[in-house]
Write a protein of this length. Structure first.
Length: 182
C-alpha cells in the first residue's frame, strides 16, 4: 500500500488525480457489519480488495474523480433450504463516480450506470468496500444441492395417530345431547 494515501481517510480527488492504487488482504473482523452476516466467526476469514483512482466520464460527458473498486471474499453463510453452512464467493467490481455535492450526485446517479457519491476529502474506503460487499451478498444463500436430504413435511408419521387419539372437546356434549333425546 502507498504510504501517501490512508484508506480510512482517503482524499478521493487527490487519489484520482494521482491514478493511485491501494490494495490489501484484510481480516473479516475489520468489517463488523459484514462479519455479522457470516454463520460463525472464524479468525482466518479474509477479504481481498484493490482500488484504483481514475478520472471517468459520467453520463453528462464530464470527467469526474472515480474509484474502480474490486473486492472478493469467500464467506460461510446459512443455507436457507437446509439451514446448514454454505460457502459463498462474494465479488465486487464497481466504478464509483464522485460529484461535487449531494444534489449533483443524486441527479447524476439517476442517469449513470455507475454509483455516484458526493465528493469528500475524507472517505472511509473500508466502509465503501464493506457497503459494496454487503450489497453483493445473495438475498437467499443456498446450496445448489443441499448435502443432506431435505425434510419437506412439517408432520411426521406419528402426527396423524396423535390426532386420532386426541379427544374432541365437543364429543362429550354430543353424548349428553343424544342421551336426553331418548
Amino acid at each position: 500500500m502507498s504510504s501517501s494515501f490512508e484508506p480510512r481517510h482517503l482524499d478521493v480527488a487527490a487519489f484520482a488525480r494521482a491514478t493511485a492504487r491501494l490494495s490489501a488482504r484484510d481480516s473479516l473482523q475489520k468489517y463488523e457489519r459484514l462479519a455479522l452476516e457470516v454463520r460463525a466467526p472464524e479468525p482466518d476469514l479474509t477479504l481481498e480488495w484493490q482500488v484504483q483512482g481514475e478520472q471517468r466520464s459520467a453520463a453528462d460527458g464530464v470527467a469526474r474523480p472515480a474509484l474502480h473498486v474490486q473486492a472478493s471474499a469467500r464467506l460461510p453463510l446459512t443455507c436457507q433450504r437446509c439451514m446448514g453452512e454454505v460457502r459463498v464467493d462474494v465479488q465486487v467490481d464497481r466504478h464509483v463516480l464522485f460529484a461535487a455535492d449531494e444534489d449533483s450526485a443524486a441527479a447524476l446517479d439517476d442517469v449513470s450506470e455507475d454509483d455516484v457519491l458526493a465528493l469528500t476529502p475524507d472517505l472511509d474506503l473500508h466502509a465503501l468496500i464493506e457497503d459494496e460487499l454487503l450489497m453483493a451478498l445473495p438475498l437467499v444463500p443456498r446450496h445448489e444441492v443441499c448435502p443432506q436430504p431435505l425434510r419437506l413435511s412439517a408432520q411426521d408419521a406419528d402426527f396423524e395417530a396423535a390426532q386420532e387419539d386426541k379427544r374432541h372437546p365437543f364429543a362429550a356434549l354430543a353424548v349428553l345431547k343424544d342421551g336426553k333425546k331418548h
